[in-house]
Design a protein around this ligand. Structure first.
Ligand SMILES: [Zn+2]
Length: 343
């Protein structure tokens, strides 16, 4: 171990912080050197696609965007073109670049190499990591968006000291990822935690997955907007809906109640199954300080065992421009530091 530590110190990845005198030989505490390694993260969830350069503490030190494409070869070309410009913004980064991560919407295999399926990108079994690696020459790993955010929270964010937690991403669709016992949990087929397709209203509206009454059909941002439209409301955002509800519009109140209840019920099940130390909800434009958030929290409390009520902190975080790209970079950092994340 000390041999490996010496190598990493000479590479500048680790540095000595202090000497601790206890029983036996004094020991030296080692820490990651923030500028010891850099990682690139790219989000394929937005157009244009954000691309960031992250240091070893998860700080974003440079950012660019590139056009989004659905053609894997074109994506790899665009990355290879943009990469030198991104690296030019930070001295030494090119010499200390240890990996590239890509976050996308869809299923990813446990080697973090192939996209098994993505509705958004229209992909089935696309070996994206290899295609990018061949063109860029950089070790590349890909990951599902919610899982990338969970890894980023575990490595650099609010979940550093939490062994068990879940991320719920609230967007046009609902995504989810779990850390269990300090490790990202994938399940047997990579589909662990896909709460979007839990049946919440048996026999309810048809879902794009082929079932009926899935959480996605009631509580996703897309579903909420569709329900509002069906109620004859001309609300284009959660903000509009919350405003209407606060003015006493019964239809807006009905929609937010139904959606908040459904999301709360799914999260209550999640708490009941896994007993996590935290639930982190990331959201693009959802508001959790109004009726929707209140009903969601009430629904969680009402549907967990009484002794669990109030025991699980539920945090909400608005997605800033870097969230998914930072998550993608953390996938590369995680692989460099700990290795891939199969169960
Ligand atoms: Zn479904």
């Amino acid at each position: 171990m000390s041999g490996i530590a010496r190598d990493l110190i000479s590479l500048g990845v680790l540095h000595e912080t202090q000497t601790v005198h206890g029983q036996g030989r004094p020991s030296i505490l080692l820490d990651l050197h923030p500028e010891g390694a850099f990682f690139v993260g790219i989000s394929l969830l937005e157009d244009p696609a954000p691309m960031v350069l992250s240091d070893f503490n998860g700080n974003i030190v440079a950012r660019r965007t590139m056009p989004l494409s659905r053609d894997p070869e074109v994506i790899a070309d665009l990355i290879s073109e943009a990469l030198p410009k991104l690296l030019a913004e930070r001295k030494d980064a090119a010499q200390k670049l240890y990996g590239l991560g890509v976050a996308l919407s869809g299923f990813v295999d446990e080697r973090q190499a192939s996209c098994v399926q993505s509705t958004l990108l229209g992909w089935q079994d696309v070996p994206l990591a290899n295609i990018i690696r061949q063109k860029s020459g950089i070790d590349t790993f890909i990951e599902n968006d919610a899982k990338a955010v969970a890894v980023s929270e575990k490595l650099f964010g609010n979940a550093r000291d939490i062994r068990n937690f879940s991320v719920v991403s609230f967007d046009d669709g609902i995504g989810c990822a779990h850390f269990i016992g300090g490790k990202l949990y994938r399940g047997n087929h990579g589909g662990a935690g896909e709460i979007a397709h839990c049946t919440i209203e048996p026999g309810g509206s048809p879902c794009r997955c082929g079932k009926r009454g899935c959480l996605d059909t009631v509580a996703s941002l897309k579903a909420i907007k569709e329900m509002a439209k069906a109620e004859g409301l001309s609300c284009h955002s959660m903000n509009d809906l919350e405003t209407e509800a606060s003015l006493g519009n019964a239809a807006a109140i009905r929609v937010l109640h139904r959606a908040g209840n459904a999301l709360g019920l799914a999260i209550a099940h999640l708490i009941q199954f896994n007993d996590p130390g935290m639930i982190l909800i990331t959201h693009v434009e959802g508001r959790f300080d109004g009726l929707f958030g209140t009903v969601m929290r009430q629904s969680v409390e009402a549907n967990v065992l009484p002794r669990y009520a109030g025991q699980t902190p539920i945090r909400t975080q608005r997605v800033d421009g870097d969230l998914w790209a930072r998550g993608a970079a953390s996938i590369a950092a995680h692989n460099f530091l700990i290795g891939p994340t199969p169960n």
